[in-house]
Write a new protein. Sequence first.
Length: 289
Amino acid sequence: MKRRLTAFVAAFLAVFGGLLIVTAAHATAAGVQYANGVANGTGAAAGYSSGTWTLDSGHGSGGSAQIDLVNPPTATTAPSFTADTEYAGNPRWVEEFHNGCYLFGYPAAGSNASVSTWTLEPSGKAEPDYATALKDAQACGTDDAVTAAFVVLDTGNPDVTVHLTGVTYNGADVVPPPVIPYVYGGHVVTVNNNRATVAWSESVAGWPDAANKCEEVQIFGYGFSVNGSPHIGFTCDHSGSNANQGFLTGLAAGHTYALRVQPAVGTYGNHHPIPGTNANAHITVITTR
């Protein structure tokens, strides 16, 4: 799709040469199960780095942190983790079923504790092993699909931190989703003394509304940025295509322009960038003399 952009219209479209990123929405890839860290309460935190999940209950009573799986299937292989410390059954695996039953997977007591016992809830029935626990949970009702699965730290005590390694679900390593680009491959196609053509690609995934890929456009350079502030526009692509070109006219000869765009939501004059995206990358246009 091609778009015409001039220095005299309200909305400009531009591209940049780097990535604007957001977490992917896919649930799994080969050998991994995706999950997000979720925290509740002041100072609570949940994060992942170099194979280790860290959960912190925060500074107030009632805080919690968890590893929340994305679209988990039924785990026929027992979920697992090893925690560097254990607090009266925390952290623990939780696997919820549509029929109303759920499973708790508890670590053994002490340091460097792995999941060793399972109970059927809400009855509190102790299970001899995971296979039996799963069978009993599925027997609670005919609709036995898994609706949620997560590891949670909710001791009720403030400033409790645990580090978990070897977190697996259904035999797959539990990791955060990969980041994906919203906009990428920005480059100059042609440029002369007052006009430039730029091209870019938009990801088919990650957008809040894939049919309306909207962007806040910032143009820096002579005639566009007054007192260092960029000219800001807003545009939406409803074409369904991920290959785009923009024509920018009204440029000054022998000047350098920086074009960057940040994925956004809203409408013109009432829009805001999508949280978590990075708008530092840009494409440089240098007009001829």
